[in-house]
Design a protein around this ligand. Structure first.
Ligand code: NAD
Ligand code: UDP
Length: 340
């Protein structure tokens, strides 16, 4: 029998790609999502790619009785917990919503897992937990000091999970700190579908290239970086999805433990480098203006990716040209996302 993995937030951007990677690795995803930031269409597309329609429970991850009935419905081997809110700016305006969905959501899930005796958990954390560390290459052992409510929810959850793992034998927990997930499945059938005007670089660039937005604003041309623009570690979403499968395999094959891993490429790319790569991939111009720095941004950061390589034997396979090509294929085939 194929092992069942409960995927909270499985209809979302990273979760839907993780469903594909899991199915292709012999797992059966069972998705729990409230569709607050996604569409059921993404799961239909997962079925088109893989030939397997993930089972779906439409529910809020904070709903204890919905969780209990999911865990009673049949054996669940592990949980991947993607459900949550993720917009840094919005989290400064609506912090309690972020604490409710992210922190209270994870608390409800962990309690339900405890009641059900399911103790294998892969959690979506973020490089935002590091805050503004003053160095560029970020190692997992750096002191965390997040600088916004979103980052603080992730850091508090990480600590809550560490307390849980220390309190009770048998927990296998991975806290995965993503750098900047971008791109789409190579089929162009699933990808990132932000609501409203995107905040992040990659979806903004794709929407400019496809003509849905006029011009990109490059936030700052005077950063202390080689070309003056911000530098980040962009990881292809399918590399990220494969990293989740590698993590799950590792957790299930080793004694109970608490793992903390960066998932990134270990390389930085500037905004201008990204624009040029996207222009190459799409054959379209991406007009831009260099404007003031965005409040709260840092100059440059990228992952120290050595621990994940050492522990999991996993490293990213795809580069900037691959992720621009796949993002463009998704954008062109779905100029309005899943909505048409
Ligand atoms: P997303 O918004 O596309 O996916 C999140 C999914 O969770 C959506 O389908 C949404 O409907 C669902 N959801 C939200 N609140 C819920 C709730 N209370 N109950 C049930 N479902 C709920 O986001 P994503 O980019 O796929 O991110 C997935 C996870 O990875 C998030 O936890 C996010 O914080 C984390 N992460 C994302 C990034 C990124 O840049 N995409 C970076 C670092 C970490
Ligand atoms: N950025 C930009 N214009 C945009 C969005 C982002 O110049 O419209 C820059 C931003 O200043 C940063 C990089 O692109 O240097 C990545 O930003 P994003 O919001 O995608 O990720 P994060 O800041 O969370 O790492």
């Amino acid at each position: 029998m194929q092992p069942v993995v409960l995927i909270t937030g499985g209809a979302g951007y990273v979760g839907s790609h993780a469903c594909v990677a899991l199915i292709e690795s012999g797992y059966l995803p069972l998705v729990l999502d409230n569709f607050s930031n996604s569409s059921v269409e993404s799961l239909r597309r997962v079925a088109r790619i893989t030939g397997v329609q993930p089972q779906l429970v439409e529910a809020d991850v904070r709903d204890a009785s919905a969780l209990d009935s999911v865990f009673r419905s049949g054996p669940i081997h592990a949980v991947m917990h993607f459900a949550g809110l993720k917009a840094v700016g919005e989290s400064t305006v609506q912090p309690l919503r972020y604490y409710a969905h992210n922190l209270a959501g994870t608390l409800a899930l962990a309690k339900a897992m405890q009641r059900a005796g399911v103790r294998n958990l892969v959690f979506s954390s973020s490089a935002t937990v590091y805050g503004e560390p003053g160095i560029e290459q970020l190692h997992e052992d750096l002191r965390c000091d997040p600088v916004n409510p979103y980052g603080r929810t992730k850091w508090m959850i990480e600590q809550m999970l560490a307390d849980l793992a220390a309190s009770e034998p048998g927990w296998r927990i991975a806290r995965l700190r993503y750098f900047n997930p971008v791109g789409a499945h190579a089929s162009g059938l699933i990808g990132e579908d932000p609501r409203g005007v995107p905040n992040n670089l990659m979806p903004y660039v794709s929407q400019v290239a496809v003509g849905r937005l006029d011009r990109l604003r490059v936030f700052g041309g005077d950063w202390p970086t080689p070309d003056g623009t911000g530098v980040r570690d962009y990881i292809h979403v399918m590399d990220l999805a494969d990293g989740h499968v590698a993590t799950l395999r590792h957790l299930l094959a080793t004694p109970p433990q608490l793992l903390t891993l960066n998932l990134g490429t270990g390389r930085g790319t500037s905004v201008l480098e990204m624009i040029r790569a996207f222009e190459r991939a799409s054959g379209r111009a991406v007009p831009y203006d260099v404007v003031d720095r965005r409040p709260g941004d840092i100059a440059a950061c990228w992952a120290d990716a050595t621990r994940a390589a050492h522990v999991l034997g996993w490293r990213t396979q795809r580069g900037i040209d691959d992720l621009c090509r796949d993002a463009w294929r998704w954008q062109q085939a779905n100029p309005r996302g899943y909505g048409g």
